[in-house]
Design a protein around this ligand. Structure first.
Ligand SMILES: NC(=O)c1ccc[n+]([C@@H]2O[C@H](COP(=O)([O-])OP(=O)(O)OC[C@H]3O[C@@H](n4cnc5c(N)ncnc54)[C@H](OP(=O)(O)O)[C@@H]3O)[C@@H](O)[C@H]2O)c1
Length: 432
């Protein structure tokens, strides 16, 4: 390395999976100088000073309070890897930006919920606010939409954005076990958090797709408008029956722009077995982007983990070192408005329906007639033999495209039929 290169003093708050990975990366790559400068971690903050870290931090300046680290005059870049939409992460990022410091974060919850206000603050101060690692970990998605696709009009993004859910669904299919069983094992193996709600409830994927929607459509993130359904109600029977009809169940996060506004949703969806999303197994992530002119782009890769995520954080640090300051989203922050959410009653699409019915004649006809009277057209139908018919017989069907309001009304009627046991289940067939 030539002398005279600028040394950027990096302060890192959060030394867990991602923060520890970043320290390790910079320790292994002392020559990391992609933009001609050198990044050196000089100060850190975490909860426990005594906890063992992947590299020796005894020579670094320690801060108990991430906010004090963020506003320290002795750092040039603040890296936030604490997590959480509010609390110390938000306070520290605000403090760094108010002090005019570039901020790099992997915190999707913070950007999805407070991204618009933070972008205004960053741009007022002329400080970059970068978050490549917040979506799909090490697999590029943020820069692709913000920079590479800015010359196109993106119509939609859709993908698998939560590795924990994808792992659980893949394991349920491979082993024929129920959700709770696979989740418990994933927790034991460290693939799922002790409190799995953010992941399995669909909220993490919703944070990520809200960010992608903002980048894709040039609007402010609008997490509150996302429709969210997790995977905790998906059963092994749903998975097996979907497979028999030629589909695999995935947690799909999507954002679509139409004349009515923007529809951001996360829900378990069926993808045809041969589709690239259905082929995305284990903890992998995948994303389709559809542009007016560029057409369809597909990326697939690791969406989490210490190494991949730290690599994305390092790439953002490299970006800061170039001195470039771009709008945080796609356009100047003061011009961004939250997108107009599409009225859910106007949603339409194909559906997968599953019912548990009494084992008696005429039941299937009653269900089919109710659907036909409502104008719901059945595409395929399957009834599987069961060893315990006295407990009900599962039937599933797929429909042609139908308005969700129409379908939901028909399902209410079907639920009231005496021969139908429990509530009918509705899963969407992905529009991909
Ligand atoms: N893990 C991934 O693969 C991944 C992928 C993409 C994005 N992200 C995002 O990256 C961020 C960090 O995730 P992570 O998995 O690295 O989390 P983590 O392993 O739980 O680490 C969190 C770190 O923050 C520290 N911390 C917590 N509260 C603090 C406080 N009040 N003051 C100072 N430090 C505090 C913890 O300190 P102690 O170590 O002392 O407890 C720990 O070092 C999150 O926003 C997450 O969503 C993670």
């Amino acid at each position: 390395m030539s002398s005279g290169q600028k040394t950027w003093r990096v302060g890192v708050a959060g030394l867990g999976t991602v923060g520890g990975g970043l320290l390790q990366f910079l320790a292994e790559r002392p020559d990391f100088a992609p933009a001609g400068g050198r990044a050196v971690v000089t100060a850190v903050s975490a909860r426990s000073r005594s906890r063992e870290r992947p590299v020796d931090i005894s020579a670094l300046t320690w801060f108990d309070d991430p906010v004090a680290l963020a506003s320290s005059p002795d750092i040039d870049i603040f890296v936030e890897l604490v997590g959480g939409s509010d609390g110390p992460a938000k306070a520290a990022v605000e403090a760094a930006l108010k002090a005019g410091k570039p901020v790099v974060t992997a915190n999707k919850a913070l950007i999805a919920v407070h991204g618009a206000a933070l972008a205004v603050l960053a741009e007022e101060q002329g400080a970059p606010l970068l978050f490549e690692a917040a979506v799909m970990g090490g697999t590029p998605a943020v820069k692709m939409l913000r920079e590479a696709m800015v010359g196109d009009d993106v119509k939609s993004v859709a993908g698998i954005l939560n590795g924990t859910c994808n792992y659980i669904l893949s394991e349920m299919e491979a082993t024929g076990r129920e959700f709770a069983d696979v989740l418990a094992e994933a927790q034991r193996l460290g693939y799922a958090e002790a409190d799995p709600t953010t992941d399995v409830g669909g909220f993490d994927a919703a944070h990520k797709v809200s960010i992608l929607a903002a980048l894709a459509f040039g609007c402010a993130p609008n997490f509150a408008a996302a429709e969210i359904e997790g995977i905790d109600q998906v059963t092994r029977s749903d998975i097996a029956m979907a497979r028999d009809l030629g589909y695999r169940i995935k947690l799909v996060a999507s954002a679509d722009r139409s004349a009515d506004g923007v529809l951001v949703r996360v829900h378990p969806s069926l993808a045809p077995l041969s589709h690239p999303l259905a082929q995305t197994g284990g903890a992998l992530n995948a994303l389709f982007i559809e542009g007016q002119r560029i057409g369809r782009i597909f990326v697939q890769g690791p969406g989490a983990g210490s190494g991949p995520t730290a690599a994305a954080v390092a790439a953002d640090i490299a970006d800061v070192m170039t001195g470039a300051v771009r709008p945080v989203f796609q356009a100047p922050a003061t011009t961004l408005v939250p997108f107009t959410p599409v009225d859910p009653s106007r949603n339409s699409g194909r559906a997968f329906l599953s019912f548990l019915v009494k084992d008696e004649p005429g039941v299937i006809a009653a269900v089919s007639e109710t659907l036909a009277e409502a104008g719901v057209s059945i595409e395929s139908f399957l009834q599987k033999p069961t060893e315990t018919p006295s407990e009900g017989v599962p039937i599933v069907m797929t429909t042609h495209a139908v308005a969700e309001s129409v379908l939901n009304a028909a399902l209410e009627q079907i639920a009231a039929l005496p021969a139908v046991l429990g509530r009918p289940r509705l899963l969407r067939i992905a529009r991909i």
